[in-house]
Ligand binder design. Structure first.
Ligand code: SAM
Length: 213
């Protein structure tokens, strides 16, 4: 669990890189500057953990590229105290970014092994978002409604259950598309049944998975 001066230096460079790519929210940049990304990766990635790239985390899944994490987080306009649901805990890195920004974070992961691994790591690091093993398509009705919902895997369509669990006035950020490429959408819930939809370009995510066979 060491975070050396070298790691800290590489992290500062990473923050400069994502800033140069257009991320402006200082609170997002601060969170990325604080979180030791190398700890979320296998030790063989320690030297390259601060490159602005996605990396494998096992079971065919990835930790997202830092720029993508920052981009989605910026779109969420996170405020301290926001109750945020993340779909796709993966390594737990994105959940920590939201937590570091003062949000109350709930995150669901469909792979039990990844859920267990991220839970153990975050406990060790002292981060305490609420992590759940389950199917993100269903959200967390018991804990709804949420101020914000963030989907970190490519969804073939926008899941109805998640729309229902969003507060009026809340945002959902979700990459939507079948196949290897998705369009990033931000939906604002303007009434119980109405949404405003904005589009933010193309991204590549691993797919949101349906029920286990
Ligand atoms: N947010 C993660 C991080 O910070 O490391 C990266 C997410 S990774 C790109 C997508 C994750 O979504 C994978 O861990 C995958 O197992 C998970 N996933 C896919 N389908 C899901 C579903 N239906 N419910 C919950 N998680 C799901």
């Amino acid at each position: 669990m060491t975070d050396t001066y070298r790691h800290q230096g590489l992290r500062r460079k990473l923050v400069e890189t994502i800033k140069s790519k257009g991320i402006r929210d200082e609170r997002v940049l601060d969170a990325i500057g604080k979180i030791p990304r190398h700890l979320f990766l296998d030790s063989s990635f320690t030297e390259i953990a601060y490159q602005d790239k996605p990396f494998p985390i096992g079971l065919g899944q990835t930790i997202s590229q830092p720029y993508t994490v920052a981009f989605q987080t910026e779109l969420l306009e996170v405020k301290p105290g926001d109750k945020i649901l993340e779909i796709g805990t993966g390594s737990g890195y994105q959940a920590c970014v939201l937590f570091e920004m003062g949000a109350k974070v709930f995150s669901i992961e469909r792979h039990r092994e990844l859920h267990k691994k991220s839970k153990a790591l975050l406990n060790k690091m002292g981060y305490t978002p609420k992590l759940f093993y389950g199917d993100g398509y269903k959200g967390l009705p018991t804990f709804a409604p949420f101020d914000k919902i963030l989907v970190t895997a490519g969804a073939p369509e926008i899941p109805d259950d998640l729309l229902k669990q969003l507060k009026v006035g809340g945002f959902m950020v979700i990459p939507v598309g079948k196949g290897g490429s998705q369009v990033m959408f931000r939906l604002k819930k303007t009434s119980d049944s109405e949404f405003e939809k904005e589009e933010f370009g193309h991204f590549r995510f691993v797919p949101l998975l349906g029920k286990k066979d």
